[in-house]
Design a protein around this ligand. Structure first.
Ligand SMILES: Cc1ncc(C[n+]2csc(CCOP(=O)(O)OP(=O)(O)O)c2C)c(N)n1
Length: 1038
């Protein structure tokens, strides 16, 4: 099936008129970058009217004529026929006869020169055929290129040669050619035959194979096309719908003799191969029974990366951020990033103790940050390798986000200084959807990093799985085609070809600021890791691999034979590097402690003390002065630019906001405004990203105003607050959670002085980003000793909207909190609350008031350290008349309230209270309404837990002690096996030393988060309220 599909596509012939059509469609409307069209066979200068502006006119007509000779005046038809037939200079043109002579007879008399050259039609056809042939190589030549170093697999999973490529291996073999030609004529679409081989053809402007020549014999045309497209480099680019970019690539690969290296460059390449190869051999010698996911079979990766970095540095880049999987990671750390070898070697010492927290999983996961001089360009360069989990490709968007942030902080709006390189395995690149999601961010204004260089270590196997079983696309790189990224496939056993494509890739990135892919087609000399036996599953491939000479040896032989190096020099290079390794190995034995902090990928200079501690263990008040609140409120309820017409509905919303401000109150949207606006004043950059966040899914935010009369005119009032404020970025994202959350996490990684928020459209959808949550956000600090202050806004609440728009799955976040449910911490400890925050892996809150939401957002920045913050945000409360906060709750001296205690009649006479209900979030309003309806304000106290984790043991103990006779119950609107119950209950029990039961008032366990039936929803709600206020409800259990 697969075979048929790809063959059919390749066999589809391109007709001459198709060729012309595609080209004419691709032509830019106005300025043309690449010189004159060179299709006329007679020299242009000989036809005087073909110069100056008239030539454009003639050119247009020429295209029209090519498509349909009848579409132009007969005289032009004659002219073009004559020129194409090779009429001598100055004779192609025949003046039209005067119109007065009568059109029919005049035209009849204007006989073209073609009569003298009866083969002119054939000539035109042959030229078009040659054009088609050239185009065939450009489009399909990569299918024929010799990409597999083992010579046994086809990189495109298809062994057939496209029918329209006349291919031979080394030199043009006539027998092969004849056979191919025969196939062509059977196909009937080119019309060339063997006798045409020595005819000279004019070359179209869409090829550079001619070099200085504008015409070549067909034999030479084919030879040059073979050289450009069918050797060790397969260039896939003709899907790019930009003529200038296609021309750029053609020029880079077709120009005769363009792939030249100086002896110096060859020696550097050899030295880099020596390092790459000998590093793996050294590890193998010293730790033969350790896994290291060695690079053997793709040693060329090291010089490849170094070439990309050298070239980019030469073009002005001074910061490269990289992400990569396991394969060759140690080698990259050692020989690209230049981590001290002893630091790498000591990771193999299992007895070394860690000096600081962190999982110690340094070898394959921890990141690195290193600044050094690039020896080739003599410029400073910073290299950072982002820590990654085992989950392949998950780090891609994180690297992108960090790159975007670094560009943002250094004002690099075009990506000229900071860039990223992403490495991929072939199976993972093809298989993981996150690759696609990340590609889709690459050209979005608020997410672009202005081009990433992707390098695929295409060892043609994924663990034990053959490519044929691992992907349905011809190449593992096909996903890159969606963003028009050129793809350079290259045989990794040809180091010079690899260097060349890497140079071109780096130049592409710095010229067009778009993604590009280098596909290193290689092999894996050992099993998936060094302990694995690959012959179980790939016996024939591995028989071949056993015979394969290592690339270093092959290249050294070439250079020795060319006289670029001699054997002793080569051996000297090897022993020099072996000695470096040995000496580092000796030093590594002196390492007594493993410093995981040395493996930070994103240091935050100045944020912590020199030994990495917070500068204090307190948090100042998160309140603001009345003036600031009022100022932000006024901007939030106005249009701060002139002549800007907003929608009538929005005017009403802003008016209501204005009234709230006058009344010194805030709703949810205003509270968020106040928090953001005030942090911007303090120089904190804020970035809010997610689907439809600009307006807000629930139409409450409206951070971007749209002029109703001027297309695309927008205004972001948040950026009009203060004269020297930090910038505010609010951006609607692509419809992705995994990619976008990963991206924002990466953005937040770059600096502690930014509030980076990702909002899910509904909290439910965060689970498609679960990998980022499970692998990075929850355990990031524990694994990789780096903190991150990302904020997740997850709309949550049971409002009868059905199973998919109700639950942000609080139970999952709570289950992953690292605090012990059974151990009561030392409540008397100074700064207990801050210490608790410092020790936790993330903070989980569910605010019941806008004021508290405001405080928790501000606290996120005012804390002297960073922790991820998960906020379950409301939906109906956004407009609930009671869900308002007074300015009084936000003034200087006020704080985020981890617990909001009962403050009604029950709190006045606590000893009379029969039941103390604990709850969190929106259900509070249902409970107070019900309590009022039942007139039970004296008997039932309701305490809100606003910060679920870390659990406020201290404040809850006070609450429990305040109501000595009260039964304790936890009330939630979520089903019993969901929500907060399983998290809260054991902790409440620990708080009271298990002195009393903690009862449950809520929905029964269920598989789905919510019913889709409104009536059932209301019945369930009433049932849980009945339980909450039935003072005898739990009697039967006691
Ligand atoms: C998301 C994910 N799924 C599965 C795995 C398990 N796994 C580890 S390596 C590997 C094969 C990877 O193949 P490829 O991407 O070609 O890289 P290679 O190991 O060949 O360099 C697999 C399936 C993983 N690490 N991550």
């Amino acid at each position: 099936m697969f075979h048929l599909r790809t063959c059919a596509a390749k066999l589809r012939p391109l007709t001459a008129s198709q060729t012309v059509k595609t080209f004419s469609q691709n032509r830019p409307a106005a300025a043309r970058t690449f010189g004159q069209v060179r299709c006329y066979t007679a020299p242009v200068a000989a036809e005087p009217f073909l110069s100056g502006t008239s030539s454009n006119y003639v050119e247009e007509m020429y295209y029209a004529w090519l498509e349909n000779p009848k579409s132009v005046h007969k005289s032009w038809d004659i002219f073009f026929r004559n020129t194409n037939a090779g009429a001598p200079p100055g004779t192609a043109y025949q003046s039209p006869l005067p119109l007065s002579l009568g059109s029919l007879s005049a035209v009849a008399r204007a006989q073209p020169l073609v009569e003298v050259q009866p083969n002119v039609d054939k000539l035109v056809e042959d030229h078009l055929a040659v054009q088609s042939l050239i185009r065939a190589y450009q489009i399909r030549g990569h299918h024929v290129a010799q990409l597999d170093p083992l010579g046994i697999l086809d990189a495109d999973l298809d062994s057939s040669v496209p029918a329209d490529i006349i291919s031979s291996t080394d030199k043009l073999d006539l027998a092969v050619f004849k056979e191919r030609l025969r196939m062509l004529t059977v196909g009937g679409f080119y019309g060339l035959d063997e006798s045409d081989l020595d005819k000279v053809f004019h070359l179209p402007t869409t090829t550079f194979i001619g070099g200085q020549e504008s015409a070549l014999p067909l034999r030479e045309i084919i030879r040059r096309l073979e050289m450009a497209y069918c050797q060790h480099i397969g260039v896939e680019f003709m899907f790019i719908n930009d003529l200038e970019q296609c021309q750029w690539i053609r020029q880079k690969f077709e120009t005769p003799g363009i792939m030249q290296f100086t002896n110096e460059e060859k020696r550097t390449l050899l030295a880099r191969l020596v390092r790459s190869t000998r590093f793996e051999e050294f590890l193998q010698r010293k730790w033969s029974s350790e896994k290291r996911f060695g690079l053997e079979g793709c040693e060329v990766l090291i010089p490849a990366l170094k070439t990309i970095i050298d070239k980019s540095s030469e073009n002005g880049v001074d910061y490269v951020i990289m992400g990569m999987p396991h394969r060759g990671r140690l080698n990259v750390l050692a020989n690209v990033i230049r981590k001290e070898l002893e630091q790498i070697f000591c990771q193999f010492d299992s007895k070394l103790e860690a000096a600081d927290e962190g999982s110690g999983d340094v070898k394959y996961h921890l990141g690195m940050y290193h600044r050094r001089i690039n020896r080739v360009t003599d410029r400073n360069i910073t290299l950072s390798l982002v820590a990654n989990p085992s989950h392949l490709e998950a780090a891609d968007p994180v690297v992108m986000g960090k790159t975007k942030a670094e560009q943002f902080y250094c004002g690099d709006t075009e990506g000229k200084k900071v860039m990223s390189i992403l490495l991929h395995g072939d199976a993972a690149f093809a298989g993981q959807g996150i690759v696609y999601e990340t590609f889709h961010l690459s050209d979005l204004p608020s997410y672009t990093t202005h081009g990433t260089v992707h390098v695929v270590v295409n060892n043609q196997i994924g663990f034990t799985t053959d490519p044929r079983m691992a992907r349905s696309s011809p190449y593992p790189t096909d996903v890159a085609r969606v963003v028009n990224a050129p793809i350079f496939h290259v045989n990794a056993d040809d180091p010079e070809a690899v260097m060349y494509v890497c140079k071109v890739a780096a130049e592409w990135r710095s010229t067009f600021h778009k993604d590009v892919v280098v596909d290193l087609v290689c092999y894996r000399r050992n099993g998936h890791n060094e302990m694995d036996e690959p012959m179980f599953t790939q016996p024939l491939m591995y028989k071949q691999i056993r015979k394969q000479k290592p690339v270093l040896q092959k290249y050294a032989e070439v250079l020795v034979s060319q006289g670029v190096v001699n054997q002793p020099e080569y051996e000297e290079e090897i022993s020099k590097y072996d000695k470096i390794c040995e000496e580092a190995f000796t030093r590594s034995k002196d390492e007594k402690i493993l410093h995981i902090k040395h493996w930070l990928d994103s240091p935050w200079p100045g944020f912590f003390t020199l030994d990495g501690q917070p500068r204090s263990m307190t948090c100042p008040s998160t309140g603001l002065t009345e003036d600031i609140l009022a100022h932000i409120g006024n901007v939030a309820s106005s249009v701060p630019v002139e002549n800007f017409t907003i929608h009538g509905g929005l005017s009403r919303i802003l008016k209501t906001r204005g009234e709230l401000v006058k009344n010194r109150t805030v709703d949810w949207a205003l509270a968020e405004y106040m928090a953001f606006g005030s942090l911007l004043k303090e120089g904190i950059h804020i970035r809010l990203s997610g689907q439809d966040v600009e307006r807000g899914t629930f139409s409450h935010r409206h951070h971007v105003l749209h002029d109703q009369n001027v297309d695309k005119r927008t205004c972001i009032p948040m950026n009009h607050l203060w004269p020297n404020q930090a910038p505010y970025t609010v951006c609607n994202s692509s419809l992705s959670e995994y990619g976008v959350l990963g991206f924002e996490l990466g953005f937040a990684m770059a600096s502690p002085n930014a509030l980076v928020l990702w909002e899910a459209q509904f909290g439910d959808f965060h689970n498609t980003a679960q990998c980022i949550i499970d692998q990075f956000i929850c355990p990031g600090q524990a694994k990789w000793v780096r903190q991150n202050g990302i904020v997740l806004l997850l709309p949550h609440g049971m409002e009868g909207m059905g199973p998919e728009h109700s639950s942000a799955r609080p139970e999952r976040f709570l289950q992953m909190c690292n605090d012990d449910p059974d151990v009561l911490p030392d409540l008397k400890e100074a700064n207990f609350d801050i210490n608790q925050l410092y020790d936790c892996n993330w903070v989980v809150v569910n605010c019941s008031t806008p004021g508290n939401f405001f405080h928790v957002l501000r606290r996120q920045i005012l804390l002297p350290f960073r922790k991820p913050l998960i906020i379950f945000t409301p939906k109906s409360l956004l407009r609930h008349p009671e869900a308002r906060s007074s300015f009084d709750e936000m003034l200087p001296g006020t704080h985020f309230q981890r617990v909001i205690p009962e403050d009604g009649p029950a709190a006045q006479n606590p000893e009379n209270v029969k039941r103390l209900l604990f709850c969190t979030g929106k259900v509070y309003y249902d409970l107070t309404r019900e309590r009022k309806a039942r007139d039970m304000a004296e008997q039932v106290a309701i305490t809100r837990i606003e910060q679920l984790s870390p659990f406020p043991f201290d404040l809850l103990l006070q609450e429990v002690q305040k109501y000595p006779s009260a039964q304790l119950a936890w009330c939630q609107e979520e089903h019993k096996n969901q929500g907060y119950y399983d998290y809260v209950k054991p902790r409440l029990r620990t708080t009271i030393n298990r002195a009393k039961p903690v009862w449950y008032a809520g929905r029964d366990p269920a598989a789905a988060p919510a019913t889709g039936n409104k009536k059932t929803h209301l019945t369930e709600l009433q049932r849980l309220l009945d339980t909450a206020f039935d003072l005898d409800a739990f009697k039967k259990f006691s």
